[in-house]
Design a protein around this ligand. Structure first.
Ligand code: PXL
Length: 291
């Protein structure tokens, strides 16, 4: 019997951090709510994410090839492969082979090149990891670096403010390395500190997009994972790139607004459970512009 994916399958290559909403604890509920089956390929088990002062870390590097071998036995077909936090350069190489082995013509490969934030690499990462990530992004159809990751991927010094012209150049330079779609998240708007932008490039059509949204002065870990999960789901359900970006930006804003009014430990991330249902309704407003 020919087995057709009635529900699209996404291989989700991320860690599981058991406290603080990041990685798989965010990716799985978002993809499920959007109607996709998330099949985790876990990279590590942590007590909590690495923005807490301490954490336990159980490395699953040796287990990953065993899971992949078993999936080959089962002849699993994925509609998308979506990678996030990878624990080491060795894991990056394992996942590169996984993508090469499982990718079909229509498979959407999304790489969130998780390296750092606010100009700094995350604890556990060094320049070896940066170099490996620079090669890894060549395997992607879509990448979603933040400003810090953009600078590391292009080997340029970190700076918060770039002009539109400079950002367009950066988008194109990253796309030239492989991915047809490049999205830069959380770009500050110099003339308005109450706003933040997302810049994107789609090689198909050679178009550059900008989405500007209001910014609330709070930092919640996992918003990058939330953003890329929604973009992945939206592209899989056939949204255009600017609509996918609008959907993701609005969802993050809803999540932050649902959380912001509470006295709360921000390290736990946005109160995702209060807004997940919004993912099942159409995008309410479009704010994208062509640049
Ligand atoms: O959201 C990125 C992320 C994923 N996984 C782990 C992290 C972080 C960010 O801090 O620590 C373990």
């Amino acid at each position: 019997m020919k087995c057709i994916n009635r529900v699209k399958k996404v291989a989700a290559v991320h860690d599981i951090s058991c406290m603080g909403r990041v990685s798989l604890t965010v990716v799985i509920p978002i993809l499920s709510t959007m109607g996709f089956q998330a099949c985790p390929l876990p990279t590590a088990v942590l007590s909590n994410h690495t923005q807490y002062p301490s954490f336990s870390f159980f490395d699953l590097t040796d287990e990953m090839p065993r899971i992949i071998e078993q999936w080959k036995e089962l002849d699993v077909q994925f509609d998308a492969i979506y990678t996030g936090y990878l624990g080491s350069p060795k894991q990056v190489r394992i996942v590169t082979n996984f993508i090469n082995d499982f990718r079909k013509e229509d498979t959407l490969v999304v790489i969130d090149p998780v390296l750092g934030d606010n100009g700094k690499l995350y604890t556990n990462f060094d320049m070896k990891m940066v170099k490996e990530m620079q090669k890894f992004i060549a395997s992607a159809d879509v990448i979603t670096p933040n400003m810090t990751e953009l600078c590391y991927l292009l080997d340029i010094p970190y700076q918060e403010h770039f002009t539109d012209k400079e950002l367009k150049k950066c988008l194109k330079q990253l796309s030239d390395k492989g991915p047809g779609i490049v999205v830069i998240t959380s770009v500050p708007v110099p003339e308005d500190p109450h706003k933040t932008s997302i810049y994107a490039y789609n090689r198909e059509g050679n178009k550059y997009w900008k989405i500007t949204c209001s910014y609330l002065p709070a930092h919640y870990p996992g918003t990058g994972d939330t953003f890329t999960s929604v973009v992945t789901g939206a592209l899989l359900q056939g949204d255009s790139l600017p609509v996918a970006l609008d959907r993701a930006a609005q969802f993050i804003l809803q999540g932050i607004r649902a959380t912001f009014g509470y006295e709360y430990d921000n390290r736990e991330g946005i109160l995702l459970e209060k807004v997940l249902h919004n993912l099942t309704i159409p995008v309410q407003t479009n704010s994208y512009e062509l640049i």
